[in-house]
Design a protein around this ligand. Structure first.
Ligand SMILES: Nc1ncnc2c1ncn2[C@@H]1O[C@H](COP(=O)(O)OP(=O)(O)OP(=O)(O)O)[C@@H](O)[C@H]1O
Ligand SMILES: [Mg+2]
Length: 248
């Protein structure tokens, strides 16, 4: 039997006296689309940060395809196939969409590009950047400075940046937050269209998006997993229904 894409065991993160993540067990098989839901403050983002290496957990372990990565720095986890959306603060607003992605491409393999600083190499980077933009539906916006595109298009750029690292396991924390209904629909369609071999972990507040996309759903509450199941099982659960769908 091959190892799960992700196996989180007894994970905890304590801030001062507060256990934001409190003994989480989470196993996600390769290729699965798992959506994480839970009320505000449930610990979803903290859990993501511990898994991707932004935060050091207080205790517990994280394995990626059977390899313990608990103590690896973030960039090593990225190199092993963990991808996540970058905060938009990491992009250069004066540069165009294509230039931002080109910089990221150069950054992923700096040595190679420094050695081949030829016109042909730059053209290849440009081409790769355009392909990356096209993949997230931004082909027409390549030469627009980031500061002049919509918030929704920035979020699409973030996705292109994440995909640029060729992730095997992709973490998306509320990719539709703050978007208009039309933009939300566009991004969720794009996420649904990602290759099925990318294991996906996504935090999502919009229940229609969450349950429409997920193979399985994990419900977090006060730092603990209170339920895991198929979208139908989650929909039918009375505790979850009370929190999310109002009352029947
Ligand atoms: N850096 C920090 N220092 C102290 N407390 C923190 C820190 N980050 C998060 N917390 C606390 O940990 C708890 C979990 O927060 P977290 O952001 O993980 O929740 P969340 O489920 O992502 O919520 P939301 O749905 O609002 O994004 C909250 O009580 C929060 O105030
Ligand atoms: Mg959060």
């Amino acid at each position: 039997m091959s190892a799960a894409a992700l196996e989180v065991s007894a994970l905890a993160k304590v801030f001062g006296g507060l256990a934001a993540v409190n003994g989480v067990e989470l196993t996600v098989p390769a290729g699965e689309r798992r959506v994480l839901i839970g009320p505000n403050g449930a610990g979803k983002t903290t859990l993501f940060h511990c898994i991707t290496g932004t935060l050091a957990p207080s205790s517990g372990t994280i394995a990626l395809f059977g390899r313990d990565v608990t103590r690896l720095p973030e960039h090593r986890r990225t190199a092993l196939g963990m991808g996540r959306t970058f905060q938009i603060t990491n992009v250069f607003p004066e540069l165009t969409m294509a230039e931002n992605l080109a910089l990221a491409i150069l950054g992923t393999d700096r040595r190679k590009w420094v050695m081949h600083r030829s016109l042909a190499a730059f053209a290849a980077v440009r081409r790769q950047a355009l392909e990356g933009l096209e993949r997230v539906g931004l082909a027409g916006r390549a030469d627009e400075p980031v500061k002049r595109v919509s918030y929704g298009e920035r979020r699409q750029l973030e996705l292109a940046l994440a995909l640029n690292t060729s992730p095997k396991v992709l973490f998306l924390d509320e990719p539709c937050a703050g978007l208009s209904p039309a933009e939300r629909q566009r991004i969720s369609r794009m996420i649904a269209g990602l290759p099925r071999d990318i294991t996906l972990l996504m935090i999502e507040h919009d229940m229609d998006v969450a349950l429409g996309l997920a193979d399985r759903v994990t419900v977090l509450h006060q730092g603990r997993v209170i339920l895991e199941g198929t979208p139908d099982e989650v929909r039918a659960n009375s505790e979850v229904r009370d929190v999310y769908f109002g009352h029947a």
